[in-house]
Design a protein around this ligand. Structure first.
Ligand SMILES: *Cc1c(COP(=O)(O)O)cnc(C)c1O
Length: 455
């Protein structure tokens, strides 16, 4: 019993810089366009919403961007995170593959989201911002940003989709505990909210409406900015602390991954673990396969089109070049709330188009099946989002067995599932079903877009 189970880095090994893959992409991303003029937008267009340092990071081509000391200090609360070898899961799957996982559920909010919430709060603080607004669906992002704003003494207003506000009281209470004000969206505090309520006083809300409310509040108050938890370039870059640590930890394990796997919502936790390994592909000729895994019920990477689309469902944001199902696409109410997004970040979309990364989709029943197996073998109960990655790991591990090739697989266990047990309950009670999207369901959102496919 001399096997090493987890590979731990000391605090002084928290990365000193984030890795910016924009320095190494074979083709750069296309520019975001103004929704009205259809012309590329400049930094001034974004200044009412974001601090200038984040706008600079959004367009930077510098390979390494230094992590401020105060951010590294806050990261110390939970970073470096552990990397485990999944011996028991390997045994349960009876596979010759070696399986490793990086565990981001050790953060105070229980997911990878604080990796970007902390620097976003910090740069706002440095630029004199007193208040931030944001939206949240299931509450992972809202709780991560509440924690971060508390660390840096910034007020936070969270617009939480009404139906989640009512069904998920504990995420809301986490936000309150960290000092955030949480509103059930639509509210009567904004023009956007009042408009919706006038039409339907019982509106259950949506992420699109919540974004409109948060953006409106920031745009109409001089001391207030807005923050987003995924999709944007700077958000993906902040998450690279995950992969930078994992590269070192795989070295400690005397191993190197053939395959890196992560679940995919907007792209931040996938980018976080994959980009530092992709750097080794792009710069040093390594051949790591990086696989983004999405739900079959929201398959923008595997069945969407690469074209300009809005980031929100109302159509307020700049047009972004992305794989999308159309911003009016309404995914099934699957339990992995964090993966119910119609589009993908611009960088990840360009990398997929250029075949630098791969994408797969999985059905939710096989996700929960894999998640329960993993919890039984390894002890940790994964977030429903994370089970998508695990289902793909199972697929690759069984393929390795069939082919008799001892592959090394690394995946990102991006969060724990302690606040999502009702999803497991539905699974155990047989209430979850898989259904194939019809041609019409898949194409309606795309047909409503008045932009041309870019490929
Ligand atoms: C938000 C979230 C996701 C999806 O977002 P990405 O930006 O794609 O990472 C996945 N897993 C968890 C646990 C989340 O909180």
């Amino acid at each position: 019993m001399k096997q090493i189970k987890k590979f731990l880095l000391p605090e002084d090994q928290i990365p000193e810089s984030w890795y910016n893959i924009q320095a190494d992409m074979p083709n750069p991303t296309l520019p975001p366009l103004h929704p009205g003029t259809k012309q590329p937008i400049g930094p001034a267009d974004l200044a009412p919403l974001f601090p200038m340092e984040l706008i600079k990071q959004e367009v930077s081509k510098e390979r390494w961007i230094e992590i401020p000391e105060a951010v590294r200090e806050a990261y110390k609360i939970w970073r470096p995170t552990p990397l485990y070898r999944a011996y028991n899961f390997e045994k349960l799957l009876d596979t010759p593959a070696k399986i490793y996982y990086k565990y981001e559920g050790v953060s105070p909010a229980g997911s990878h989201k604080p990796n970007t919430a902390i620097p976003q709060a910090y740069y706002n603080k440095m630029e004199g911002v007193k208040k931030i607004t944001t939206e949240t669906g299931a509450g992972q992002w809202g709780s991560a940003l509440s924690f971060a704003c508390q660390m840096f003494g910034i007020e936070l207003e969270v617009y939480m989709v009404r139906i989640s506000y009512e069904q998920k009281p504990y995420r809301k209470l986490m936000m309150n505990t960290w000092g955030a004000k949480v509103f059930s969206s639509p509210t009567n505090l904004t023009e956007s909210g009042r408009k919706i309520l006038a039409e339907d006083p019982n509106s259950p809300g949506s992420l699109g409406i919540a974004i409109s409310e948060a953006v409106e509040r920031a745009a109409t108050n001089a001391d207030t900015k807005y923050a987003l938890g995924s999709v944007l370039n700077h958000v993906l870059m902040h998450q690279t602390v995950i992969g930078l640590e994992a590269v070192k930890q795989m070295e400690m394990a005397g191993d190197f991954p053939d395959i890196v796997i992560a679940p995919f919502g907007g792209g931040s936790n996938f980018a976080g673990i994959a980009f530092p390994f992709l750097r080794l592909n792009l710069q040093e000729g390594k051949k790591v396969r990086c696989i983004a895994v999405e739900p079959a019920s929201c398959p923008k990477l595997t069945k969407g089109e690469f074209r300009y689309d809005f980031g929100d469902s109302v159509g307020l944001t700049p047009l972004l070049p992305m794989y999308t199902l159309g911003h009016t696409f309404v995914p099934d109410p699957i339990h992995a709330g964090g993966l119910r997004y119609h589009g993908a970040g611009a960088i990840v979309s360009q990398l997929l188009k250029d075949k630098v990364i791969e994408a797969q989709s999985v059905h939710q029943l096989s996700c929960f099946d894999a998640g329960v197996k993993f919890a039984n073998a390894e002890g940790i109960i994964p977030a429903p989002e994370a089970t998508h990655g695990i289902a793909a790991v199972v697929r690759e591990a069984l393929k390795a067995k069939e082919e008799g090739t001892p592959k090394t697989i690394l995946f990102n266990l991006c969060g724990h599932g302690h606040f999502d047990m009702s999803a497991y309950e539905d699974y155990f009670n047989g209430k979850l079903v898989d259904h194939e999207l019809s041609y019409d369901e898949l194409h309606q959102g795309l047909n409503e877009l008045n932009t041309h496919p870019l490929v």
